[in-house]
Design a protein. Structure first.
Length: 346
């Protein structure tokens, strides 16, 4: 029987997002006859009762409050994860985490040192994708347009060249947590204060009005282009994870030539960040039909409303098949010790 440990949860604002994705991954793999164990990076291995409590697909409209997150951060297992038999002896670790500790390269380095095979990008690619400032520098060096930006603190002359509105956001946090769109200079300080609750680096980026588009990448293959039409000004946390708060159209209603261009740019951005296995690349399309890459997510959401599964489904890859392909891509890199007890589909 194929053994997989799903590593999820975490003490980040995106904890509920991780559990919602893990709920789907666990169900899909078990339906394909995988032996699945679930480990939360905060509370460790989950028994059936804990799985029933945590693995729910409803994310909620807002992230957990700061006090709850701080309490969980005190309990997080950190390097002790590698000592758990559910991790150490896993045939494969399927990573369903969001936020810097699980998505930014630290966890990936720990698993590499422990000799454990896992899904997704390695430490370097994960860290580059998580750091929006570094990622945007690499986009430009690879010829992928991205909106102008500056890092806080910033002088008034630098701030003035960006014009308004501006997007103010933490540099190393996802799911639009801590993000604010500001329309005048007197709103900037308050927006920065919100962003600093989640990260010590804050990015101020020119807001690009226009259509929001996204492209999934699986292996070295770009998937379908999708368009997101949120009910709010931006595709924020509530619109991302609340059914009915946005329309997601896959494939997007755009000319084939533009779709081809977006797919090529998505693959270029994916490769520029040294990512592997999968990612999701987000764009804004301006009035001149120029795509501007906003960011690349190295561990895209896998919740019922997430975009990567929709991008895959639009090219004929259903969710259980998507999960299996991620397992197969990871196990191609498996060290000999991880092949013990892994048979059948691998």
């Amino acid at each position: 029987m194929n053994r997989v440990t799903v590593l999820t949860g975490g003490a980040t604002p995106e904890r509920a997002v991780a559990f919602a994705g893990a709920a789907q991954v666990v169900a899909a793999l078990r339906n394909r006859q995988y032996q699945v164990t679930v480990v939360d990076t905060v509370d460790g291995p989950l028994d059936p009762a804990a799985e029933a409590r945590y693995l729910v697909t409803n994310v909620g409209r807002t992230p957990p409050d700061d006090a709850l997150l701080q309490a969980m951060q005190q309990r997080e297992l950190g390097p002790q994860l590698a000592d758990l038999p559910q991790i150490r002896d896993a045939g494969l670790v399927f990573v369903v985490l969001h936020g810097r500790p699980g998505e930014g390269g630290t966890l990936q380095a720990l698993l590499d040192l422990a000799g454990v095979s896992y899904t997704g990008s390695g430490p370097l690619g994960s860290a580059l994708a998580m750091d929006k400032d570094m990622a945007k520098r690499l986009f430009r060096s690879a010829g992928v347009a991205t909106p102008d930006w500056v890092m806080w603190p910033v002088g008034s002359s630098e701030l003035g060249r960006l014009d308004y509105p501006l997007v103010v956001k933490p540099s190393k946090v996802g799911s639009t947590v801590g993000l604010t769109v500001v329309h005048s200079v007197d709103q900037v300080d308050d927006a920065v204060e919100v962003a600093l609750r989640y990260d010590n680096e804050v990015l101020l980026e020119r807001y690009v009005p226009g259509r929001e588009l996204t492209v999934g990448v699986l292996g070295e293959r770009p998937l379908a282009v999708g368009e997101i039409i949120p009910q709010h000004e931006i595709f924020d946390y509530e619109c991302k994870y609340t059914p009915g708060m946005s329309r997601e159209i896959f494939p997007a209603d755009i000319p084939a030539s533009l779709a081809d261009r977006l797919q090529a740019l998505a693959l270029t951005a994916h490769q520029a960040l040294k990512l592997r296995d999968f990612s999701r690349v987000d764009f804004r399309l301006d009035a001149k039909l120029t795509p501007h890459c906003l960011e690349v997510n190295s561990l895209p959401g896998l919740t019922p409303t997430s975009l990567l599964p929709q991008s895959a489904a639009a090219v004929g890859i259903d969710f259980p098949t998507l999960c299996e392909r991620l397992c197969e891509l990871a196990l191609r890199r498996a060290r000999p010790r991880n092949k013990v007890g892994v048979e059948g589909k691998y």
